[in-house]
Ligand binder design. Structure first.
Ligand SMILES: *Cc1c(COP(=O)(O)O)cnc(C)c1O
Length: 220
Protein backbone atom coordinates (compact mmCIF):
# COMPACT_ATOMS: atom_id res chain seq x y z
CA UNK A 1 0.00 0.00 0.00
CA UNK A 2 1.08 3.57 -0.72
CA UNK A 3 2.64 5.27 2.36
CA UNK A 4 0.19 8.17 2.37
CA UNK A 5 -2.76 5.80 2.03
CA UNK A 6 -1.50 3.77 4.98
CA UNK A 7 -0.96 6.93 7.04
CA UNK A 8 -4.43 8.15 6.11
CA UNK A 9 -5.93 4.96 7.54
CA UNK A 10 -3.93 5.44 10.75
CA UNK A 11 -5.01 9.07 11.12
CA UNK A 12 -8.64 8.05 10.57
CA UNK A 13 -8.28 5.41 13.28
CA UNK A 14 -6.76 7.96 15.66
CA UNK A 15 -9.60 10.42 14.98
CA UNK A 16 -12.12 7.69 15.68
CA UNK A 17 -10.39 6.82 18.97
CA UNK A 18 -10.19 10.50 19.97
CA UNK A 19 -13.91 10.94 19.25
CA UNK A 20 -14.75 7.96 21.45
CA UNK A 21 -12.32 9.10 24.14
CA UNK A 22 -14.04 12.49 24.24
CA UNK A 23 -17.48 10.86 24.38
CA UNK A 24 -18.35 12.29 20.99
CA UNK A 25 -20.29 10.67 18.16
CA UNK A 26 -18.01 8.66 15.87
CA UNK A 27 -17.69 10.25 12.43
CA UNK A 28 -18.50 13.74 13.69
CA UNK A 29 -15.06 15.20 12.96
CA UNK A 30 -14.15 16.09 9.37
CA UNK A 31 -10.59 15.30 8.30
CA UNK A 32 -9.13 18.02 6.06
CA UNK A 33 -6.07 16.44 4.40
CA UNK A 34 -3.52 19.22 3.91
CA UNK A 35 -1.75 18.58 0.60
CA UNK A 36 0.32 21.78 0.25
CA UNK A 37 3.71 21.23 -1.46
CA UNK A 38 2.57 17.79 -2.73
CA UNK A 39 1.67 17.27 -6.36
CA UNK A 40 -1.38 15.75 -8.02
CA UNK A 41 0.42 12.40 -8.32
CA UNK A 42 0.87 12.25 -4.55
CA UNK A 43 -2.70 13.37 -3.90
CA UNK A 44 -4.53 11.08 -6.32
CA UNK A 45 -3.98 7.81 -4.38
CA UNK A 46 -5.32 9.49 -1.23
CA UNK A 47 -8.47 10.51 -3.13
CA UNK A 48 -8.78 6.99 -4.51
CA UNK A 49 -8.59 5.70 -0.92
CA UNK A 50 -11.77 7.66 -0.20
CA UNK A 51 -10.53 11.00 1.16
CA UNK A 52 -12.61 13.87 -0.25
CA UNK A 53 -11.77 16.97 1.80
CA UNK A 54 -8.43 18.70 1.20
CA UNK A 55 -6.70 21.87 2.36
CA UNK A 56 -4.23 24.11 0.53
CA UNK A 57 -2.59 27.26 1.85
CA UNK A 58 -1.78 29.09 -1.41
CA UNK A 59 -4.23 30.04 -4.13
CA UNK A 60 -1.71 29.88 -6.96
CA UNK A 61 -0.33 26.49 -5.96
CA UNK A 62 -3.85 25.10 -5.66
CA UNK A 63 -4.78 26.43 -9.10
CA UNK A 64 -1.94 24.42 -10.59
CA UNK A 65 -3.15 21.03 -9.35
CA UNK A 66 -6.81 21.02 -8.30
CA UNK A 67 -8.85 21.89 -11.42
CA UNK A 68 -7.76 18.59 -13.01
CA UNK A 69 -8.44 16.55 -9.88
CA UNK A 70 -11.82 18.24 -9.38
CA UNK A 71 -12.78 17.37 -12.94
CA UNK A 72 -12.00 13.69 -12.23
CA UNK A 73 -13.64 13.67 -8.79
CA UNK A 74 -16.58 16.12 -8.76
CA UNK A 75 -17.37 15.50 -5.08
CA UNK A 76 -14.04 16.85 -3.79
CA UNK A 77 -14.20 19.68 -1.25
CA UNK A 78 -11.30 22.11 -1.22
CA UNK A 79 -10.48 24.37 1.75
CA UNK A 80 -8.26 27.45 1.64
CA UNK A 81 -6.36 27.44 4.95
CA UNK A 82 -3.68 30.05 4.18
CA UNK A 83 -3.84 33.85 4.15
CA UNK A 84 -5.87 35.38 1.34
CA UNK A 85 -4.76 38.56 -0.44
CA UNK A 86 -7.62 40.65 -1.80
CA UNK A 87 -6.20 40.54 -5.34
CA UNK A 88 -6.61 36.71 -5.22
CA UNK A 89 -10.22 36.74 -4.01
CA UNK A 90 -11.63 36.17 -7.49
CA UNK A 91 -9.50 33.06 -8.10
CA UNK A 92 -10.07 31.78 -4.56
CA UNK A 93 -13.86 32.06 -4.85
CA UNK A 94 -13.78 30.26 -8.20
CA UNK A 95 -11.69 27.30 -6.95
CA UNK A 96 -12.33 26.75 -3.24
CA UNK A 97 -15.46 25.43 -1.56
CA UNK A 98 -14.53 26.63 1.92
CA UNK A 99 -12.35 29.61 2.91
CA UNK A 100 -11.12 29.30 6.49
CA UNK A 101 -9.06 32.48 6.67
CA UNK A 102 -11.43 35.44 6.62
CA UNK A 103 -9.69 37.82 9.04
CA UNK A 104 -10.24 41.45 8.03
CA UNK A 105 -12.80 43.86 6.70
CA UNK A 106 -11.23 44.28 3.28
CA UNK A 107 -11.21 40.52 2.60
CA UNK A 108 -14.78 40.17 3.86
CA UNK A 109 -15.93 42.90 1.44
CA UNK A 110 -13.96 41.45 -1.46
CA UNK A 111 -15.29 37.93 -0.83
CA UNK A 112 -18.86 39.18 -0.59
CA UNK A 113 -18.50 40.90 -3.95
CA UNK A 114 -16.95 37.87 -5.69
CA UNK A 115 -19.42 35.39 -4.19
CA UNK A 116 -22.29 37.50 -5.50
CA UNK A 117 -20.63 38.04 -8.88
CA UNK A 118 -19.81 34.36 -9.41
CA UNK A 119 -22.99 33.02 -7.82
CA UNK A 120 -21.00 30.54 -5.73
CA UNK A 121 -22.15 29.28 -2.33
CA UNK A 122 -18.94 29.20 -0.34
CA UNK A 123 -18.71 28.23 3.31
CA UNK A 124 -16.60 30.61 5.38
CA UNK A 125 -14.62 30.58 8.62
CA UNK A 126 -13.07 33.47 10.49
CA UNK A 127 -9.43 32.90 11.47
CA UNK A 128 -8.61 33.98 15.02
CA UNK A 129 -5.03 34.77 16.11
CA UNK A 130 -5.53 33.13 19.53
CA UNK A 131 -1.92 33.75 20.56
CA UNK A 132 -1.96 37.42 19.38
CA UNK A 133 1.26 36.69 17.47
CA UNK A 134 2.35 39.77 15.46
CA UNK A 135 3.53 37.72 12.46
CA UNK A 136 0.42 35.55 12.28
CA UNK A 137 -2.78 36.14 10.30
CA UNK A 138 -6.13 36.15 12.05
CA UNK A 139 -8.35 38.59 13.88
CA UNK A 140 -7.50 39.40 17.51
CA UNK A 141 -9.55 37.31 19.97
CA UNK A 142 -11.02 40.47 21.54
CA UNK A 143 -12.33 41.57 18.12
CA UNK A 144 -13.51 38.17 16.89
CA UNK A 145 -17.16 38.21 17.99
CA UNK A 146 -17.78 41.73 16.64
CA UNK A 147 -16.03 40.83 13.38
CA UNK A 148 -18.23 37.76 12.83
CA UNK A 149 -21.26 39.98 13.42
CA UNK A 150 -20.01 42.55 10.88
CA UNK A 151 -19.27 39.82 8.32
CA UNK A 152 -22.86 38.68 8.66
CA UNK A 153 -24.70 41.97 8.97
CA UNK A 154 -22.61 44.35 6.86
CA UNK A 155 -21.30 41.95 4.22
CA UNK A 156 -24.01 39.29 4.25
CA UNK A 157 -21.47 36.48 4.59
CA UNK A 158 -22.53 33.10 5.99
CA UNK A 159 -19.80 32.56 8.57
CA UNK A 160 -20.11 28.99 9.79
CA UNK A 161 -17.01 28.55 11.93
CA UNK A 162 -13.80 29.74 13.51
CA UNK A 163 -10.28 28.56 12.77
CA UNK A 164 -7.00 28.93 14.68
CA UNK A 165 -3.34 27.95 14.50
CA UNK A 166 -1.94 28.04 18.06
CA UNK A 167 1.65 29.28 18.63
CA UNK A 168 3.75 26.27 17.79
CA UNK A 169 5.83 26.38 20.97
CA UNK A 170 2.87 26.52 23.35
CA UNK A 171 0.48 24.00 24.85
CA UNK A 172 -2.42 24.19 22.35
CA UNK A 173 -5.18 23.32 24.86
CA UNK A 174 -5.86 26.87 26.11
CA UNK A 175 -5.97 28.14 22.49
CA UNK A 176 -8.49 25.48 21.52
CA UNK A 177 -10.56 26.31 24.61
CA UNK A 178 -10.49 30.02 23.73
CA UNK A 179 -11.64 29.31 20.15
CA UNK A 180 -14.48 27.15 21.45
CA UNK A 181 -15.59 29.91 23.83
CA UNK A 182 -15.48 32.56 21.07
CA UNK A 183 -17.49 30.31 18.76
CA UNK A 184 -20.24 30.04 21.37
CA UNK A 185 -20.25 33.82 21.87
CA UNK A 186 -20.31 34.48 18.10
CA UNK A 187 -22.94 31.79 17.55
CA UNK A 188 -20.96 29.75 15.02
CA UNK A 189 -21.17 25.96 14.98
CA UNK A 190 -17.88 24.84 13.43
CA UNK A 191 -14.35 24.74 14.87
CA UNK A 192 -11.36 24.11 12.59
CA UNK A 193 -8.47 23.36 14.93
CA UNK A 194 -5.76 20.73 15.33
CA UNK A 195 -2.89 19.74 13.01
CA UNK A 196 -0.62 16.67 12.79
CA UNK A 197 0.87 17.24 16.24
CA UNK A 198 -2.30 18.00 18.17
CA UNK A 199 -5.45 16.89 16.35
CA UNK A 200 -6.42 14.41 19.05
CA UNK A 201 -6.17 17.17 21.67
CA UNK A 202 -8.25 19.46 19.45
CA UNK A 203 -10.96 16.81 19.19
CA UNK A 204 -11.10 16.64 22.99
CA UNK A 205 -11.67 20.43 22.96
CA UNK A 206 -14.51 20.23 20.45
CA UNK A 207 -12.91 20.49 16.99
CA UNK A 208 -15.42 19.74 14.23
CA UNK A 209 -12.63 19.55 11.65
CA UNK A 210 -8.89 18.91 11.90
CA UNK A 211 -6.29 19.94 9.32
CA UNK A 212 -3.71 17.18 8.99
CA UNK A 213 -0.81 17.37 6.53
CA UNK A 214 2.51 15.76 7.38
CA UNK A 215 0.98 12.88 9.35
CA UNK A 216 -0.63 11.79 6.07
CA UNK A 217 1.67 12.94 3.26
CA UNK A 218 4.99 12.87 5.13
CA UNK A 219 7.49 15.61 5.90
CA UNK A 220 7.53 18.70 3.68
C1 LIG B 1 0.33 23.24 6.81
C2 LIG B 1 -0.88 23.52 7.62
C3 LIG B 1 -1.53 22.50 8.34
C4 LIG B 1 -1.03 21.08 8.40
O1 LIG B 1 0.12 21.00 9.18
P1 LIG B 1 0.75 19.60 9.59
O2 LIG B 1 1.52 19.91 10.81
O3 LIG B 1 1.59 19.16 8.45
O4 LIG B 1 -0.37 18.68 9.84
C5 LIG B 1 -2.68 22.83 9.04
N1 LIG B 1 -3.18 24.09 9.03
C6 LIG B 1 -2.59 25.10 8.35
C7 LIG B 1 -3.19 26.45 8.38
C8 LIG B 1 -1.42 24.85 7.61
O5 LIG B 1 -0.85 25.86 6.94
Amino acid sequence: MNDAVQSLAQVRQNIDAAERGAGRDPGGVTLVAVSKTFGADDIRPVIEAGQRVFGENRVQEAQAKWPGLKADFPDLELHLIGPLQSNKAKEAVALFDVIETVDREKIAAELAREIARQGRALRLYVQVNTGSEPQKAGIEPTDAVAFVKRCREVHGLAIEGLMCIPPFDENPGPHFALLEKLAREADVAKLSMGMSGDYETAIAFGATSVRVGSAIFGAR
